[in-house]
Every structure is written in C-alpha cells, then in structure tokens.
Ligand binder design. Sequence first.
Ligand SMILES: NC(=O)c1ccc[n+]([C@@H]2O[C@H](COP(=O)([O-])OP(=O)(O)OC[C@H]3O[C@@H](n4cnc5c(N)ncnc54)[C@H](O)[C@@H]3O)[C@@H](O)[C@H]2O)c1
Length: 277
Amino acid sequence: MERSGRVEGKVAIVTGAGSTPGPGIGTGKATAVVLAREGASVLLVDLFPERAEETRRLIEEEGGKAEVFAGDVSENAACAAMVDAAVSAFGTVDVLVNNIGRAALGTVVDTTEEDWDTAFRINLRTAFLASKHVVPIMAAKGAGSIVNIASISALRGDGTVAYSAAKGGLIAMTVDMAYSHGREGVRVNAVAPGHITTPMVMSVSDPGPKAEFMNAMRSEAGLLGTPGDGWDVGWAAAFLASDEARWITGVTLPVESGVLSVTPLMMAPHLRAVPGA
Ligand SMILES: NC(=O)c1ccc[n+]([C@@H]2O[C@H](COP(=O)([O-])OP(=O)(O)OC[C@H]3O[C@@H](n4cnc5c(N)ncnc54)[C@H](O)[C@@H]3O)[C@@H](O)[C@H]2O)c1
C-alpha cells in the first residue's frame, strides 16, 4: 500500500519561507520543504523573492509543488494579495504557517519606541494580517489549520523585551483564535522553538571564541545536549498542520530539547564539558 503524506493534497501558505543566507536552514524554509514532502502544494511567501525561489528550487528538485509570492506581510494589501495568489495557484488554503519573526536585544529601558513598533510589526502584525485573510476561507469550508511560530523567549527572560512581548502576544492570539474559530473547524496552535541554530542566529553573532562558546551552549543547555535546527521546527509545524493533530487546538508546543523543564542550576553538572563553563 502506498503511504500518503501527512498533508496530502492540501494547500499551505508559509510566510517567511525563504531563509537568511548562510549555512543551515531557517524554520520557514524547512517547514515549507517538509509540507511539500508530505504532499502539500505550498505558497512560499517572503520579502526577498530570491530567498523563496531557493526554497522552491529545493521543493521542485524533490518533485514537490510550490509557487513564490514576494511581498511584505506586515502590509494588509500584501496579505490579501498573498491569499488571492494561493487560491488562484492551488484553489484554496488549508494550512497557514505564520513563521515571520526576528529577535532583537534590548531591555525596557534601552529599547526605543521604533524598536518596539518594529518588533510588533514583524512578529505579531504579520500573523494577525495573514490570519485575517485566511480564516474566512477556512471557515467557509469548515476546516483549516494555522500554526504560529512563537519562541521560548515569550516564556522565559531573554533580554529581548519587545520580541518577547510580541511573541507572548502571538501565543495569546493563538489561544483567542482557537476559541473564536474552533466551531468553524479552524485549529490554531503555536510552536515555541528554543535555542535552535539557523542562519539568522549565526548572522547576528560576530565570529570568534565568544560566538563559538554561545553556539556550544545553545546545544548543551537542553536536556538532550544536541543541537536543534529549522527541521525540528518544520516537523512539529507539519504535525500540527496535519489531520493527525485534528483534536489539538490552542496549544503551544515547545521544540527546545527540554530547556523549559529544568533550572540552570539543575543543568550545571551537565555543562562542565563546555569550554569556559
Ligand atoms: N532561530 C532561532 O533560534 C529561533 C528561536 C525561536 C524562535 N524563532 C522564530 O522562528 C522564525 C524564523 O526564524 P529563522 O531563524 O528561520 O529566520 P529567517 O530570517 O532565516 O527567516 C525568516 C524569513 O522571513 C522573511 N521576512 C521577514 N520579514 C518579512 C515580511 N515583513 N514579509 C515577508 N517576509 C519577511 C525574511 O526575508 C526571511 O527569509 C521567527 O519567527 C523566529 O522568531 C527562531
């Protein structure tokens, strides 16, 4: 018997489906590839079309189906056009992955008003506007799944006040949308990635011993002691998007090697192998 994919025949939109250039893979790019491998047709949305084209090349090489939509998802008109593009290319929308986000360091004292507004625009407004245009399509047919990519920074202190607040807002929005649209057959869940290594993370740390130490710590800090990457988020998002998760809504699934299950002191015996620890 031929096995069908987890999202066979479904249509998915993934926002931020390109990836910051560099070694490794971003969460949106990985999610898009996994959804295509599992049988979905995927609209790849990104501000930088060349990034999304690279994702399309990967998907098409594997025999999957994808189209690129270039646009700024923090703009309402772009979100309307994005949904029209999915419907005209593939006929409907079954899955939306709100993946766009970017971390920024800063306390409540040194974060400027502009930094605050930018963080909310990138991390929260994008998901709000994309969902606004997708939910009516899902509700009209009584089925759909939305996955919001949040962060453990919404759940633990990280020195990223605006980013953390925006991701916390995304988790609250997940619960509220799950409440409002559950009776319409729309499930809404979030994934909270931990200290994964993606090209975006690597691009913000200056190379050198300190960056090497921090990268080692990103792996060592979790219960498993192994590095996580965009694929780990992609598989979690694909599960929540699929009918295998048909009775799951309103949850935030941590993908973080268990870092939320320990205190730093409890991890101390395991961190001795890290240089400089
Ligand atoms: N990397 C981590 O350690 C980590 C941890 C927790 C959460 N996350 C979350 O995972 C998500 C993706 O992270 P990543 O490291 O893969 O990032 P990434 O920068 O590699 O990918 C995000 C993509 O979104 C695109 N984008 C940004 N703003 C856009 C806009 N307004 N409209 C359209 N496209 C836009 C970018 O061009 C980029 O290609 C983010 O939400 C991030 O907050 C990452």
